[in-house]
Design a protein around this ligand. Structure first.
Ligand code: KE4
Length: 433
């Protein structure tokens, strides 16, 4: 496939941008080759600067759940633009989106909008510490909660992609209160409860999406909830990725577990920078200006972003796409597994709602360690073949694929053909080894 213009831009971008990207995963380091530069997108399709057309299963890592430039969302954005871009004062749109979000999360009385998932999570951690008076936090290896210092340990997403254990520039002091546990392993959590009496919170992705997709066992999450309640430790659910993806609201309800604090992002901004954290009144009333926990932001609750978020959630309510998401994801899982069987490739596929991804391994993938058993060389071959056949995947074994409600039957057929060609190539490469 022709990538001349992407190559030119990639080289040109090296001068003033770090690696020619503004987020590491976009550099395609783990799959090699030239990262594609995008010209435009519409519906389920995305077009690079060389005119190559792809079915988009990245969706900007989640936000574009309706597909690109949904007509109702675009109409709302244009209307909002005519009123001005940002005021440094409140607007009715923030109240409207806040009500939509709180109505969708039973445990949430109040929400605070910020400008990214990272900002939502770092604020939630500060709030948990303020509310409990304790400092320690437990996170799970392979989960990614944005790039704030305290959480950049044993993280998934870009750190797993680049095989980085953590990040340079994070002082030991910043992570001395961060304890690590293993996903789906309750003993790895209770051992910390038995050792420390100053734990403020446990933070978890209710469905992990940053080590590839990994579902928690029902029992694990319920035990986690029961134990944190018993010990007066807050449970923070990071639904930045899962929020509004598997149902209208959070994955936590589907899993029968209610968080004390919920973090959101991606979908609630409909493509514009929005993050949020929310909880019951007694917790949220600690946040300034009501309480003494400080957090602020110039563009928090930006009216254009609010308009986009309101229109996106309105469309999700109207479309009710969740059964169809599950059906499409199940279909793609079957396509992957049957082509792997046909060509004798070891493959496991995990999916939840509209998130899915394959692992080139014979092991069940239930935690970060088993996810890392996946053959990333095979993923690299698979990735580029899928690109050649017009399907844009996240350029990393440890990123979830996302489905949009704009995907149609023709797209699904094209995905099936692409999977067959790509799996054949993986098998061929594996045989040569
Ligand atoms: P942002 O700061 O990137 O908006 O959100 C951070 C974040 C927090 N929590 C979860 C569960 C997340 O998945 C993320 C961000 N997700 C990654 C993709 N896995 C964003 C893509 C990127 O880093 O370029």
């Amino acid at each position: 496939m022709k990538l001349d213009n992407s190559t030119t831009l990639f080289n040109k971008g090296q001068k003033n941008l770090v690696g020619a990207v503004n987020s590491p995963v976009r550099a395609f380091k783990s799959v090699g080759g030239v990262p594609v530069f995008i010209d435009h997108a519409k519906g389920s399709k995305i077009f690079d600067v060389d005119g190559n057309e792809y079915i988009d299963l990245v969706l900007s890592y989640g936000p574009m759940i309706l597909g690109h430039r949904h007509k109702n969302v675009e109409r709302s954005i244009k209307k909002a633009l005519k009123k001005g871009y940002t005021f440094g004062a409140s607007t009715n749109k923030e109240i409207k989106l806040a009500k939509m979000v709180c109505d969708a999360f039973p445990g949430m009385d109040k929400v605070r909008f910020v400008s990214s998932g990272t900002e939502a999570v770092l604020s939630a951690i500060r709030l948990a510490r303020a509310y409990t008076g304790h400092n320690k936090i437990i996170k799970f290896s392979g989960c990614y909660h944005g790039h704030s210092d305290a959480l950049l340990v044993a993280a998934g997403s870009g750190l797993a992609t680049l095989s980085l254990p953590g990040s340079k520039g994070v002082p030991d002091d910043a992570v001395k209160n961060t304890l690590i546990a293993e996903y789906n392993n309750i003993e790895s959590v209770t051992q910390h409860f038995d050792t420390h009496d100053d734990i403020a919170a446990v933070i978890i992705e209710p469905i992990a999406g940053n080590m590839g997709v990994i579902e928690p066992s029902q029992e694990f999450l319920q035990q986690l909830r029961a134990l944190t309640l018993e010990k007066g430790i807050l449970l923070i659910m990071d639904e930045v990725m899962t929020g509004f993806r598997s149902k209208f609201g959070g994955a936590q309800e589907l899993l029968g577990v209610e968080a004390d604090i919920t973090c959101l992002g991606k979908v609630i901004g409909g493509g514009f920078p929005v993050g949020a954290y929310g909880a019951r009144n007694e917790i949220m009333e600690m946040v300034a200006p009501l309480g003494d926990m400080y957090q602020a932001g110039t563009l928090s609750g930006n009216p254009i972003a609010m308009a986009s978020g309101i229109a996106t959630l309105k469309q999700l309510k109207k479309q009710k796409p969740y059964k169809s998401f599950h059906k499409k994801a199940t279909k793609i899982k079957d396509m992957l597994l049957s082509s792997a069987e046909k060509y004798g490739v070891d493959l496991k596929v995990n999916h939840f709602g509209s998130m899915i991804n394959p692992f080139f391994t014979s092991q069940e993938v239930t935690d970060f360690k088993s996810a890392q058993s996946s053959n990333t060389e095979s993923f690299k071959v698979f990735f580029w073949q899928m690109m050649e056949h017009g399907v844009f995947l996240p350029p990393s074994q440890f990123e979830a694929w996302f489905l949009s409600s704009a995907l149609d039957k023709k797209d699904m057929k094209k995905i099936e053909n692409a999977i067959d060609f790509s799996m054949a190539k993986v098998a061929e490469k594996q045989k040569i080894k």
